[in-house]
Design a protein around this ligand. Structure first.
Ligand code: AMP
Length: 228
């Protein structure tokens, strides 16, 4: 029952999972379906690198090697983005937090605003399949829609389904060696966060090995429960 005295809190959804698990794809689908805003620290850092900012200069080499950028830099770019008015409706964090320090910083940042994490979803996958998933992926350079050579090609070859652009990009860190480093960083530093969110009572696990649509449905149900 709705209580007019209680102000609705903006949803904060966290997607956890190794590189290639589909966090970006699913975050974009949730963004469209629930009107939440996708916040990808990877995208924010890539934009900082492209813009040549001080944070971008420091992050570049670490990202190319597949390591984790310092908490200080990541938190700075994220906090900056969180000040934009559009995030007030609620956010889907894609690729953040990635360390226990980032998770603690997020908990305190939200607490200061009278908010908390609504749901954290662990996208469960087989590591071995991830290299193949990552090696084939590419993105529309205009609207950011994600594609895959095998699993999700555009309907018309070379033309983005969403915006019609014919320009696509592939990430420089989507090569086998860097993916192995990113996978190692995930297991060493990010996977322990699953237990953190389990303790907070907000964790769900979703099998993320099947078709994108099925994963989207399972994830949508979790977000619906957390925000409804
Ligand atoms: P992603 O797009 O999420 O795969 O991130 C690409 C790269 O950006 C990662 O391999 C890291 O080098 C860096 N990165 C993104 N998010 C974070 C984060 N939360 N903490 C540290 N490094 C990050």
């Amino acid at each position: 029952m709705a209580d007019s005295q209680v102000e609705a809190r903006p949803a904060v959804i966290i997607l956890l999972g190794p590189p290639g698990a589909g966090k970006g794809t699913q975050a974009r689908m949730l963004q469209e379906r629930f009107g939440l805003v996708q916040l990808s620290t990877g995208d924010l850092l890539r934009a900082a690198v492209a813009a040549g900012t001080e944070a971008g200069k420091q992050a570049k080499a670490v990202m190319e090697a597949g390591g984790l950028v310092s908490d200080e830099i990541v938190l700075a770019v994220l906090k900056d983005r969180m000040e934009d008015p559009d995030v007030r409706e609620g956010i889907i964090l894609d690729g953040f937090p990635r360390t226990t320090g980032q998770a603690a910083a997020l908990d305190s940042l939200l607490a200061e605003q009278g908010q908390k994490v609504s749901a954290a979803v662990s996208l469960e996958v087989d590591d071995a399949a991830m290299v193949e998933r990552i090696a084939g992926r590419f993105t529309c350079a205009n609207c950011g829609e994600g594609y895959h050579d095998r699993f999700k090609p555009p309907a018309v070859d070379g033309v983005c389904d969403k915006c019609g652009s014919t320009e696509f990009t592939r990430r420089p860190d989507d090569n086998a060696d860097t993916v192995r480093e990113r996978m190692a960083a995930y297991h060493a530093q990010t996977a322990p966060l699953i237990a953190h969110y389990e303790r907070l009572g907000v964790l769900s696990r979703v099998d993320a090995m099947g078709p994108i649509k099925d994963i989207g449905q399972a994830l949508g149900a979790v977000v619906q429960r957390a925000t409804g």
